[in-house]
Design a protein around this ligand. Structure first.
Ligand SMILES: [Zn+2]
Length: 170
């Protein structure tokens, strides 16, 4: 697999936003990183760090161990990234996007849509007929959408994503 850092960071961004990417960069070449170290480096609170880690955990991207601080009596967590799972997640999220777009493609392809020129609403031709092709919000005549253009646009995005995925897997 050829997964670039950029692609990994984009995926981390989708999962845990900008702070997640920053935390990832601190964790990426280390093991058992103390949560206080991450908090200090990012100038965030422990709760904010745990919030980021929680998002990573949703995708199994991170493993944790904890130790009791004998003096203070609380637990300190240590984190290690699960690199294999990160790579799998990059592929998985890309595949999910393709699947969603394919469903969207089918929906667009099997319906004719009408929209209000003022962008109030978008209706299938059946629903537009029920409204006599008038916008229920502003009363303007609804216009037929250029279906071929919409469908072609989605098709192109799917094709690009599939090519990208193939390249990564190659
Ligand atoms: Zn309208």
């Amino acid at each position: 697999m050829k997964i670039s850092q950029k692609l990994i960071e984009d995926t981390i961004f989708e999962i845990a936003s900008k702070e997640g990417v920053l935390a990832y960069k601190i964790l990426k070449d280390k093991e058992n990183v103390n949560e206080f170290t991450i908090a200090e480096k990012l100038k965030l609170t422990i709760n904010q760090i745990r919030n980021i880690i929680y998002k990573f955990e949703q995708y199994n991207l991170i493993n944790s161990t904890r130790k009791k601080d004998r003096k203070k009596g609380w637990y300190i967590y240590f984190f290690t990234l699960n690199k294999k799972q990160i790579e799998d997640t990059v592929l998985q999220l890309k595949q999910n996007k393709i699947n969603i777009l394919k469903k969207q493609f089918d929906r667009e392809d099997s319906n004719n849509f009408y929209t209000c020129p003022n962008k109030c609403m978008r209706l299938t031709i059946e629903n537009a007929m029920e409204h006599q092709f008038m916008c229920a919000e502003c009363g303007t005549l609804l216009e037929p959408e250029d279906k071929d253009k919409n469908v072609a646009k989605i098709k192109k995005i799917v094709k690009d994503l599939e090519e990208e995925l193939e390249k990564i897997k190659a």
